[in-house]
Design a protein around this ligand. Structure first.
Ligand code: 6R9
Length: 648
């Protein structure tokens, strides 16, 4: 943790919110933040009740919160519908305003007004009903970043079906695992999607997955690339054909506030990815408010978040947060640097984007490609910049601020997780001075703390510890799908009554949080979470592999790269060809994002006497450190470490 920290701490400049921004910001006075924050902690029921009442409820709640750790219920007894709040609620004042502006990788584009989106969602909700989908049923969505992805999510929300979006970059077997775990009955996919000039064969992957996931009764296929694909009669249907005959009248279902909204799979330190479950009333209230204040959303904004809907950022801040606020959200299909590193800046100029939200790994890649690319664009529509997904190194922060924001756009460094549903720690753009590398202050209603292993708060400013959250917030995950025990063990057992984030952090004398990264066996590769165990079990499923241990290694662009130490079965010899084969095997089992960057063959792995792999040592070896620090007294065989260091 200390090495990571040193890199982060080099910058000590503080940047005030630019005056031109502050003048028209929703909040511009630190005293306003302090007063609202205090209210949100002193009387959370009054605070969140007030926010929720800005949305539509078919039936008012009886109690704002019922809390008995680890189970929270928000807006108890209330009935509402997120699709209604994101669409119908805006029709009177914003009917012809652009809701979704879509840019395809090949350069095609499409604009859906609130009226259009409301119609498409209503029709697709009727399509789902026609396929027998009922409230509470699970629908898996495996689509590229095209408007139909948002339509499908909102259509599920409209009828109370629970969506489970699976990132289009995941493999057939990862898709099959997620379909089976959720026991989904309908799959929505496309013939293909565009990525870096080639076609991702989504339907072929889906067919392969379905051979192993027979619970799916109907598949809806969006025609995107025109690929030749096979359609299984009776099971597979074209989206456009079903939509042609669907009625555009579908009243939003009045759902219980705690009705499940979605499941989203994410990696943990042990076992298979877990299905994080979010519910309706609290989630919509929290993402509505965070999108509004953190991005300072105003009527004339054009907002662009580059995340894929396959990740939580795509759920909360491509689709739900902006639409709940009646904003215009840009969806971009492909890679932001395809066909060249100027693409993202062109998209910003083309649509006049005013708020940009992206990941540090993308910023570092743009830095590496050179200033000439953004300098070719005007970028004058931008007024606010955001980052998410991993710690941002101050160098990248300052580049983003100067080269992209030209010193006139505040940068919000937003810390949150799949489990938290919405942004938890950030500066507010018109209010707080910015410190590069520090995420900033807790959002309204969030009470973080930094504790040592025994749960005692650390006593000094800038002292590192585990980041926990002391009380429930509206968009908190409610459970791990099908596994309440794992929900308890993972998040609530270490510090009873408190939510454990899995991150290390420190807080400075001004109350700014600095996130130091995961303290568990979760990697963060290009802002994507991956469990070391997932990659290890993919490797071990190859016939040549006896055992493997996977660790992260600091990487200047990706944040972390994946290094796999592998021991082979008797009679198998390591070779470059086998390294290539193992990398391809992992990509096939999980998806390209999990492909190891480096494979190292070894005779043995360093273990404790009780047989636990000592990853701490492997991390140091992977990083090329020669002087192995820390306690090695429990190591069973010191010679193993010497050999690994020597690269044998
Ligand atoms: C939203 C999202 C969550 C993990 C989280 C932390 C890391 C996210 C960060 C950050 C430092 C930030 N993380 N934002 N670290 N600064 N601004 O990314 O969700 O995919 O679940 O990842 O990402 O380690 O625990 P998710």
């Amino acid at each position: 943790m200390t090495e990571k920290l040193e890199a982060v701490l080099k910058e000590d400049r503080v940047f005030e919110p630019p005056e031109s921004f502050r003048r028209s910001a929703r909040l511009s006075d630190p005293a306003q933040y302090e007063a609202l924050y205090r209210q949100s902690l002193d009387d959370p029921e009054a605070f969140w009740g007030r926010v929720a009442s800005e949305l539509h409820w078919f039936k008012p709640w009886e109690r704002v919160l019922e809390w008995e750790a680890p189970n929270a219920r928000w807006f108890v007894g209330g009935r509402t519908n997120l699709a209604y709040n994101a669409l119908d609620r805006h029709l009177a004042a914003r009917r012809t305003k652009a809701a979704i502006v879509f840019e395809g990788e090949p350069g095609d584009s499409q604009v859906l007004t609130y009226h259009d989106l409301h119609r498409e969602v209503s029709k697709f909700a009727n399509v789902l009903k026609g396929l027998g989908v009922k409230a509470g049923d699970r629908v898996t969505i495996y689509l590229p970043m095209i408007p139909e992805a948002a339509v499908a999510m909102l259509a599920c929300a409209r009828i109370g079906a629970i969506h489970s979006v699976v990132f289009g970059g995941f493999s057939a077997s990862a898709l099959a695992d997620r379909i089976k775990d959720a026991q989904a009955s309908v799959l929505i996919t496309a013939d293909g999607g565009y990525r870096r000039g080639s076609v991702v064969p989504l339907k072929n992957n889906a067919d392969e997955a379905l051979a192993d996931a027979p619970g799916i009764q109907s598949v809806v296929v969006v025609r995107r690339t025109g690929e030749d694909i096979s359609m299984q009669p009776g099971r597979d249907h074209w989206y456009h054909e079903l939509m042609q005959n669907a009625s555009d009248v579908c009243p939003a279902e009045p759902l219980d506030a705690e009705h499940p909204l979605f499941i989203l799979y994410t990696s943990g330190s042990t076992g298979k990815p877990k299905g994080v479950m979010h519910t309706t009333g609290g989630y919509q209230t929290y993402v509505y408010l965070t999108a509004q204040y953190v991005f300072d959303l105003q009527e004339q904004d054009t907002y662009f978040c580059t995340a894929d809907v396959g990740w939580v950022t795509g759920h909360s801040y491509v689709v739900y947060g902006p639409l709940l606020n009646g904003a215009t959200t840009v969806m971009y299909e492909g890679a932001p640097n395809w066909p060249d590193p100027g693409r993202i800046w062109q998209v910003i100029d083309k649509y006049g984007v005013s708020v940009l939200y992206t990941a540090p790994t993308a910023i570092r890649a743009f830095m590496k490609a050179g200033e000439q690319w953004p300098l070719k664009a005007r970028l004058e529509s931008l007024r606010l910049l955001g980052t998410v997904g991993e710690p941002i190194n101050p160098e990248a922060w300052v580049w983003y601020y100067n080269v992209i924001g030209k010193g006139r756009c505040p940068v919000v460094d937003t810390w949150w997780q799949t489990e938290t549903g919405g942004i938890m720690i950030t500066t507010l753009p018109g209010v707080h001075p910015m410190k590069p590398g520090h995420a900033g202050k807790p959002f309204f209603g969030v009470e973080p703390a930094i504790v040592d292993a025994s749960g005692q708060p650390v006593s000094n400013p800038d002292e590192g510890g585990h980041l926990i959250i002391r009380r429930p917030w509206p968009s908190m995950l409610r459970t791990v799908w099908g596994d309440p025990q794992r929900y308890f063990n993972q998040y609530w057992s270490q510090y009873p009554g408190n939510y454990f984030t899995g991150d290390g952090a420190r807080r400075d004398a001004d109350g700014y949080y600095l996130i130091m990264g995961r303290v568990d066996d979760v990697l963060n590769v290009s802002g994507h979470r991956l469990g070391t165990m997932e990659v290890e079990s993919a490797l071990v499923s190859h016939p040549a592999v006896a055992e493997s241990a996977v660790v992260g290694k600091p990487d200047p662009v990706k944040g972390e790269s994946i290094v796999a130490f592998v021991t082979l079965k008797a009679g198998r010899a390591g070779s470059d060809a086998l390294k290539g084969e193992l990398k391809a095997h992992v990509a096939k089992v999980i998806g390209a994002i999990a492909r190891p960057d480096e494979i190292r063959f070894t005779d043995a792995l360093p273990k404790t006497r009780s047989g636990k792999i000592m990853r701490r040592l492997l991390r140091q070896i992977a990083a090329g450190e020669t002087d192995i620090k820390g306690d090695t007294s429990t190591l069973e065989d010191r010679a193993v470490v010497e050999k690994l260091k020597a690269g044998e």
